[in-house]
Design a protein around this ligand. Structure first.
Ligand SMILES: Nc1ncnc2c1ncn2[C@@H]1O[C@H](COP(=O)(O)OP(=O)(O)O)[C@@H](O)[C@H]1O
Ligand SMILES: [Mg+2]
Length: 395
């Protein structure tokens, strides 16, 4: 049997000189190669000229670049231009004999997007102890980063919740007094006895007070939307109630409201939170339509979901605006809104296991659809919540 070509030096170093040792060595080599190939870590190695010598399965899967396509090419080819310089510095340090830990390297992911990978590098030495390459072992940190970001966000929300509760408490009580006194002075002087200028100022005080109260309420709803106990809900009356609450908004623009409600199953959720979702959507629609515009409310059931849609033939939205819709404090209507409406809608709907879909085109209008999981599969059959003993027909 012939010795593998590249091995004599290593064989001598290992003291292997008979055929069976050579065979054992070949087996060991293939075993180690397998180990690297299937390791649950990203393993890359380069030679002194920084060309790829090892590119294991995990790296191939992450980057979408096959081993055969990577071997022999400069490693710098596979990273984005921004990280080429830090990568070169990393390889230089390691080739100088230093092991580097926790080097953060973004890699282009196969399906698009970027993976955050933390690499530890070590010099590879030949039998004489000279560094002739670098091995880098990495872990994909993307998921960890996402979890960290989510935890950070949750913490921020909890902080914001406490802040909002504080504001609502401290601001609301004095404001109720302000608006009530303004109300009573307005009534007292509106019989024509008082100074009309004073009357206007009182109306202004009342309106400003109401606006701050609304802001405090919006903030609290955004930060603490889970308030309200869960029950089995019929959505049609909820939608009608939301429409009633929004009546002043669409009367202001003479909007026509059309309903297309089908029989749908119940949905499990908080009455106050879902009412708020629909109030926000109908308000947005009313603010978007021109005088005499149309707002269509839909209630449908399909694919296990109850779908509530609020459509308007108003101004519509550009893709840019659509990209920011759900961000808290994003608004194109400064003075009228504070930009918490859709952020609150999304938070509430997601807590109910649902999704929000927006379809819109500038000048054509907007349709927002809220999909909520149905509590029961067949329409019109109602079961009281939390009483597994009762049958669907017991009421
Ligand atoms: N039905 C709609 N038609 C057009 N634009 C809308 C509609 N709903 C929301 N938007 C846009 O999304 C932004 C954010 O909405 P929202 O979160 O409810 O905040 P706000 O109403 O306080 O501005 C609005 O300022 C507006 O630009
Ligand atoms: Mg709004």
């Amino acid at each position: 049997m012939e010795q593998p070509e590249e091995t004599p030096g290593i064989l001598a170093a290992l003291g292997l000189n008979d055929v069976s040792s050579v065979q054992q060595f070949a087996e060991l080599k293939s075993y180690l190669e397998n180990l690297v190939e299937h390791a649950n870590a990203l393993v890359v190695a380069v030679d002194r000229s920084r060309r790829v010598t090892v590119w294991n399965g995990a790296v191939a899967r992450l980057t979408g670049v096959d081993r055969s396509a990577a071997l022999g090419l400069p490693l710098a080819r596979f990273v984005t231009p921004e990280v080429a310089t830090p990568l070169a510095a990393l390889l230089t340090r390691t080739l100088a004999g230093e092991a580097v830990e926790g080097f953060d390297l973004p890699l282009a992911r196969a399906g698009g997007g970027e993976a955050r990978v933390a690499f530890n590098t070590a010099p590879i030495r030949d039998t004489a102890g000279h560094v002739d390459g670098v091995v880098a072992i990495g872990q994909d940190q993307t998921r960890l980063r996402h979890l960290e970001a989510a935890a950070e966000q949750a913490e921020k929300m909890a902080g914001l919740g406490r802040l909002a509760a504080g504001i609502v408490h401290e601001v609301n009580n004095p404001l109720v007094a302000v608006t009530m006194y303004a109300d009573s002075l307005y009534t007292k002087w509106s019989d024509g006895h008082g100074d009309p200028g004073d009357l206007e100022k009182i109306a202004g005080i009342r309106e400003a007070g109401l606006r701050i109260q609304q802001l405090a309420r919006d903030l609290a709803a955004y930060a603490r939307p889970s308030a309200g106990k869960e029950e089995a809900l019929e959505l049609a009356p909820l939608l009608d109630q939301a429409t009633l609450i929004c009546k002043p908004a669409f009367k202001e623009v003479d909007a026509v409201v059309q309903r297309d409600f089908r029989a749908v199953p119940l949905v499990a959720g908080s009455r106050s939170a879902l009412t708020q979702v629909f109030v926000n959507l109908v308000t947005n629609a009313a603010q978007a339509v021109k005088r005499g515009g149309t707002i269509r409310l839909g209630l449908h059931f399909d694919g296990g979901h109850v779908r509530v849609s609020v459509a308007d033939d108003g101004e519509g939205m550009t893709p840019e605006i659509q990209g920011h819709l759900f961000e808290p404090f994003f608004t194109t209507r400064p003075g009228r809104g504070v930009g918490l409406g859709l952020a609150t809608v999304k938070g509430i709907v997601e807590r109910h296991g649902g999704t929000v879909v927006v379809e819109s085109a500038p000048g054509e209008g907007t349709r927002v659809t809220v999909n909520l999981p149905a509590r029961l599969v067949s329409p019109q059959v109602k079961v009281p919540l939390r009483s597994p003993g009762s049958t669907p027909h017991s009421r």
